[in-house]
Every structure is written in structure tokens, then in C-alpha cells.
Design a protein around this ligand. Structure first.
Ligand SMILES: [Zn+2]
Length: 176
């Protein structure tokens, strides 16, 4: 019996090591300098590393989240870790389509459909940690989560903002 329990334990351990979520870049537009490319690779690496920590899961489950699209906190966490972009099946792969935005806009970035556009200046003038936090905020939009445009305390509690803040805090950065 003891060995049975032990093998079950080993099996769970083995399975859980396979359930790491991957972050993949499907499409990238405008990363035409080594500096932009380097920042992107660093940010995506940090993104993947952070979401696979226990700390990330614990914070997502304990923070108050608004606009959860009818999901529980666990449901929100699963949606992220399963890489369940709108209209796709859960595959534990976060698929990113990324763009460098060179037009002047009064924002860090925005998401249209599945394309995440980020201001070139923001990428260059901030750390890879900040870019990673921004990417997960925008990725929440790809998953179908929204927030009001106006800056209010409620907006700061929505899924995209909270998840972005969690990643930023785990990475120990202060980002605009
Ligand atoms: Zn947003």
C-alpha cells in the first residue's frame, strides 16, 4: 500500500512537471533592431517564468478580480495557464502576436483582436520586466477580459490590470 501511494505521488510529480505553460511568439512585426529583439526575448522569458511560479497562482487566487467574465478566480488562472485565447482550445501554450507601434499615441499599447501593439519608446525606455508585465496585461485582452477606458479604482481591480500588477510585483519592478 505504501509503495502504491508513493508511486502515485511520483506520478503526480512527473505529470506536474509536464504542465508548465509555454509562451510562444507566433508573429512579430517591427522588431527590427537587435535592441528591440533582445528586449522582446528577455520579456517573453520573464513572462513564461513568472506565470509558472506558485507565487503567481497564489496571488491570482487571492487578489480581488473584477470583470472576470463570469469565471471564478480559479477559472481566470486556468484560462491564462491553459493559453485559451478566444476561439481556441486550451493547449497550455500562450500564443503571442506582437507588434512594435511607431505611431504616436498616448498609451503604452493596445490589443486589436490577437495583435498586441506596444509603443516603441516604451519598450526601449523601460525594463524587460515592465514589458513582460505589459504583455500579460494585453494578453488578458486576447483572452477576452476587458476594463473601462477611464482611470478609476475599479479599473485597477480588473483582470488585465491586476494580472499585470502581479507580474510586475513578482519581478520587483515599478512600471508606469
Ligand atoms: Zn488594457
Amino acid at each position: 500500500m505504501k509503495t502504491l501511494i508513493f508511486s502515485a505521488f511520483l506520478m503526480i510529480l512527473a505529470l506536474s512537471s509536464f504542465t508548465q505553460t509555454k509562451v510562444r511568439i507566433d508573429q512579430k512585426m517591427g522588431f527590427d533592431t537587435p535592441e528591440l529583439q533582445k528586449k522582446l526575448n528577455e520579456a517573453v522569458g520573464l513572462f513564461e517564468k513568472t506565470i509558472n511560479t506558485n507565487e503567481f497562482a497564489n496571488l491570482v487566487l487571492t487578489k480581488k478580480l473584477l470583470r472576470r467574465n463570469g469565471l471564478s478566480s480559479n477559472g481566470v488562472l486556468d484560462k491564462i495557464l491553459n493559453g485559451e485565447e478566444l476561439g481556441t482550445i486550451p493547449d497550455q501554450i500562450i500564443n503571442l502576436s506582437l507588434k512594435v507601434d511607431t505611431t504616436f499615441r498616448n498609451e503604452i499599447g493596445h490589443t486589436t483582436g490577437k495583435i498586441i501593439a506596444t509603443q516603441k519608446n516604451y519598450i526601449l525606455e523601460h525594463s524587460a520586466q515592465c514589458y513582460a508585465a505589459h504583455l500579460i496585461h494585453e494578453y488578458c485582452h486576447v483572452l477576452g477580459f476587458s476594463h473601462p477606458k477611464r482611470r478609476t479604482w475599479r479599473r485597477a481591480k480588473t483582470v488585465p490590470y491586476q494580472i499585470g500588477y502581479i507580474v510586475r510585483d513578482i519581478l520587483g519592478e515599478k512600471c508606469p
